[in-house]
Design a protein around this ligand. Structure first.
Ligand SMILES: Nc1ncnc2c1ncn2[C@@H]1O[C@H](COP(=O)(O)OP(=O)(O)OP(=O)(O)O)[C@@H](O)[C@H]1O
Ligand SMILES: N[C@@H](CCO)C(=O)O
Length: 305
């Protein structure tokens, strides 16, 4: 086992749920957090954060990146080394873009590499899912692409979902946060059979819509009854941004992850018009937002020694 003293891990943002795929589907996006881990001879823990909203990231042992780092060492039965962690933020915090998944995947991958790679990627993935509590952000963050995750008693089946190259994800990111735990608290614990059937059918259609790029299928498929109806009220301006995106030619608009970022799926020809429409709709309700057309990241977490 070779021992290295420093490793830099780059992890993509992710958009989870894609409407009907609550807690089971997500896609990696071309927006990144970078984490550099340097083994120290002594000194415990040093955390330095740069980038927008850097002051909002904890710099003590409660930091999620550090918790994931420690989790891996506990799993392999070793004491974590003293470490300096340099966090370069590119993924906005608590906006529904998988910032917590970047920290969990980054901490696990960084620790695994510093420890000499004792765990396989599959083991790292299972630890990441256990830490996050659901697979739809951490799996694409680790593996890249669009991924569906299904569990059985023994293990996870991970399926890569083909994504037609003409489908552009347009992300409208408002300047307010919504924590995942708050957005999960508003969800009912039980759903009706009709709603379960609705989402089963729509997720099936979504998978074919993503694969073929067929607009008619995507427009229907992006509807959901399990989480979005309950969460929309937590996102001021939701109706206005949705109406604007649809009028400008989007296939559909959904809440990205637990929100508050809104995701429109759009064909290439309409992406600029949809960007402008979503931005102006949010501004007209008094909310500052950033709107970006991104691509799918196909690589997932990567590292340089
Ligand atoms: N780079 C980071 N380093 C350390 N901790 C982070 C980092 N990014 C996010 N976190 C932690 O994760 C929290 C946000 O997690 P939360 O699940 O609420 O939102 P999210 O992951 O951005 O959104 P979603 O899960 O809906 O995609 C932050 O408040 C912070 O505690
Ligand atoms: N599937 C999760 C994604 C956010 O972590 C949710 O919607 O709560």
């Amino acid at each position: 086992m070779s021992v290295i003293s420093s490793i830099t891990v780059t992890v993509p943002a992710t958009t989870a749920n894609l409407g009907p795929g609550f807690d089971c589907i997500g896609a990696a996006l071309t927006l990144y957090n970078k984490f550099k881990f340097t083994r120290l001879d002594e000194g415990g823990l040093i955390i330095a954060v740069t980038g927008a909203e850097a002051e909002r990231v904890q710099t003590d042992e409660s930091n999620l990146l550090y918790q994931a780092f420690v989790k891996l060492y506990q799993y392999i039965g070793q004491t974590p080394p003293s470490v300096k962690m340099e966090i370069q933020l590119g993924v906005p915090l608590a906006r529904g873009l998988g910032s917590s998944a970047t920290a969990i995947v980054g901490g696990l991958v960084g620790a695994n590499q510093l420890a000499g790679a004792p765990l396989t990627q599959l083991q790292v993935m299972e630890l990441a899912i256990a830490m996050e509590g659901h697979p739809d952000n951490v799996v694409p963050a680790l593996l890249g692409g669009c991924r569906l995750a299904a569990t059985s008693a023994e293990n996870w089946s991970i399926c890569d979902i083909p994504w037609d190259e003409n489908i552009v994800p347009v992300l409208a990111i408002p300047d307010f946060e919504l924590s995942t735990s708050e957005a999960r608290q508003v969800l009912p614990t039980q759903v009706s059979r009709a709603d379960a059937i609705f989402n089963t059918a729509h997720l099936g259609l979504l998978l074919r819509g993503l694969q073929t790029g067929k607009g008619e299928w995507l427009s229907t498929a992006l509807q959901d009854k399990l989480h979005q109806p309950y969460r929309q009220a937590l996102i001021p301006g939701y109706d206005a941004v949705n109406a604007a995106a649809m009028k400008a030619g989007a296939y559909g608009m959904v809440i990205s992850g637990a929100g508050p970022t809104l995701l429109a799926l759009v064909d290439k020809l309409h992406s600029q018009a949809v960007e402008a429409a979503m931005l102006s709709a949010w501004q007209s309700t008094g909310i500052t937002a950033t709107v970006r057309s991104l691509s799918l990241d196909t690589q997932g977490a990567s590292y340089q020694g």
